[in-house]
Write a protein that binds this ligand. Structure first.
Ligand SMILES: C=C(O[C@@H]1C=C(C(=O)O)C=C[C@H]1O)C(=O)O
Length: 272
């Protein structure tokens, strides 16, 4: 039995929609990314689509499953910095950060500190734009909370952090990778191999049946068919060498800006 993290957000649906949660080898634990990051580090689950940043914190202990990620080159649509002022004017002001994210929280810091040269104060809060705006000048939301807040067309500046990242680096951005502790390989190698195969099969099936995935999204959050077609058109759920390049760029900047204590090396298993 492998205890896997199940992330319920629509950006992850192409990986989970066709995954058989009743498979005898799978036990699933539903949580937001930061929940899975903590559970994987504590050994409470065996494998999850964790924040790329969390891989960067534990890279010496973890391996990444090949050909699986949540990435975009440019617009994401669900990693959004809502701001009362242009980003260049955020110096000394307050930014509220969702407590559900690790990758995007640090991506926000990279973009603001390194590329805009502004140094705001940060608060970590649960994802609620109205409450965040009561105490902060800008608010980072991810996943379905970001989609829902953007659909309400709030009267503020709206920055898509995938777009900002592309504008400054020319790179793709990888938000999540499937990781597991390498220690598991001593006893569970065969099970991990099977789960990796099931995950790839579920993803391929979803990408060939996006109409099913979109119907589920509409039931979950509303939105038109066209909205969801546009949303998923941005995503890449693989992890080829060009995506690896963007991921290394992100982790390298996290190290350079002292957001990570060491420079992560990507290690994949099984090796392909
Ligand atoms: C694309 C998204 O990426 C998510 C962002 C994460 C983070 O910021 O830590 C973690 C998992 C990703 O699935 C999203 O939330 O919309």
């Amino acid at each position: 039995m492998i205890r896997i993290g199940h992330n319920p957000n629509t950006n992850m649906l192409p990986m989970f929609h066709f995954l058989d949660m009743n498979h005898p080898l799978i036990e699933s634990v539903v949580a937001e990314p930061t929940g899975h990051n903590a559970m994987l580090a504590a050994g409470e689950i065996d494998m999850a689509p964790i924040s790329a940043f969390s891989y960067g914190e534990h890279w010496k202990d973890y391996a990444i499953l090949p050909n699986l990620s949540v990435s975009t080159k440019g617009r994401v649509g669900s990693i959004i910095l809502f701001s009362k002022v242009p980003l260049k004017d955020l110096d000394g002001l307050t930014v509220a950060l969702t407590d559900a994210s690790a990758t995007s929280v640090n991506l926000t810091k990279i973009i603001l500190h390194h590329y805009y040269g502004v140094m705001p104060h940060y608060l970590t809060m649960s994802a609620n734009l109205q409450e965040m705006f009561l105490v902060a000048d800008a608010a980072l939301l991810i996943g379905d909370a970001a989609i829902q807040a953007a659909l309400l067309q709030p009267d503020c500046y709206i920055y898509d952090l995938g777009e900002e990242w592309l504008k400054f680096t020319g790179c793709s951005m990888t938000y999540a990778v499937w990781a597991f502790p390498k220690l598991l390989l001593s006893e569970r190698e065969q099970e991990i191999r099977i789960i990796h195969k099931l995950l790839i099969e579920a993803k391929v099936k979803a990408l060939c049946n996006m109409e099913d995935v979109i119907l589920t999204c509409q039931t979950m959050l509303g939105g038109t068919h066209g909205f969801w077609v546009g949303y998923f058109a941005q995503f890449n759920y693989g992890l080829d060498s060009s995506l690896e390049c963007g991921l290394n760029k992100y982790l390298g900047l996290c190290f350079e800006l002292s957001l990570l204590p060491s420079l992560p090396v990507l290690e994949f298993w099984p090796k392909e």
